[in-house]
Design a binder for this molecule. Structure first.
Ligand code: ADP
Length: 233
């Protein structure tokens, strides 16, 4: 069941251990994700899903083991290089959107490119194009507080896609949404994957896994306990 090795995986976790003061969150986790896959990572609360995703995003470092993304050993990167990696090579979507409240939708999206070194004008042009593709260009000047949950998550998806990351990571992307908005976000993730975007989605929602994923990895107690490919309609 665990035979998912690919010649050049986008993500490779090898024997990853993460210890916090009183817990071992990851206990020798190994996993490979190939280009174009949509991998849902499921498992009970506290089994280490978010910790694993944070390692892949370069937001945290393992206690032991290696994390390789796009062929780059993240453990070999200093803090500056790791910050660049986060801005340019991965996009991340969170349960609670993580938008900046005092910027309208368009600037929330454009900022991601400006932080990666793109000038303001082309950044805003690309941001508007993405908002258009995600069906919310008409909300460009609206502040997050006045957007619906589904609109906020679409702005967050646009922001995550700004720098054309080879890998899109999502941590409970539908967790704060009602079922209608959740389904729109699921459809969006599915469309992105069908256009070739590699995805890793952490979720405890089996519907999300079933609908968007080409493969479901189940974790328990800090490691992978099952790994299966799904047939998609
Ligand atoms: P999941 O995403 O599957 O719910 P997490 O990765 O959030 O699980 O957490 C795994 C374990 O690590 C839990 O026991 C959690 O309490 C612990 N943990 C996560 N982050 C921290 C942290 N920053 N400090 C201390 N313990 C943490």
């Amino acid at each position: 069941m665990n035979d998912h090795s690919t010649p050049q995986p986008v993500v490779r976790l090898d024997g990853v251990v993460k210890e916090f003061v009183s817990t071992t969150a990851l206990d020798g986790l190994s996993l490979e994700v190939g280009a174009g896959e949509a991998v849902a990572v499921i498992g009970p609360s506290g089994c280490g899903k978010s910790t694993m995703l944070n390692m892949v995003a370069g937001l945290d470092r393992p206690t032991a083991g290696t994390v390789t993304v796009h062929g780059e050993d993240l453990g070999a990167l200093n803090e500056t290089a790791l910050a660049l990696f986060r801005r340019r090579r991965v996009g991340m979507i969170f349960q609670f959107f993580n938008l900046l409240d005092d910027l309208p939708a368009l600037d929330n999206v454009a900022l991601a490119a400006q932080l990666a070194g793109v000038a303001a004008r082309p950044a805003r042009e690309r941001a508007l194009e993405l908002l258009g593709e995600l069906g919310i260009a008409n909300r460009r000047d609206v502040y997050p507080a006045a957007l619906s949950g589904g609109e906020r998550q679409r702005v967050a998806v646009a922001r995550a896609l700004m720098n054309r990351p080879g890998l899109l990571l999502a941590d409970e992307p539908t967790g704060a949404l009602d079922s209608h908005a959740g389904e729109q976000v699921m459809d969006l993730l599915l469309d992105l994957n069908q256009m070739g975007q590699t995805l890793m989605i952490v979720t405890h929602d089996p519907r999300l896994a079933q609908r968007c994923a080409s493969r479901v990895v189940r974790m328990a107690d800090g490691h992978v306990v099952s790994d299966r490919s799904l047939e998609r309609a």
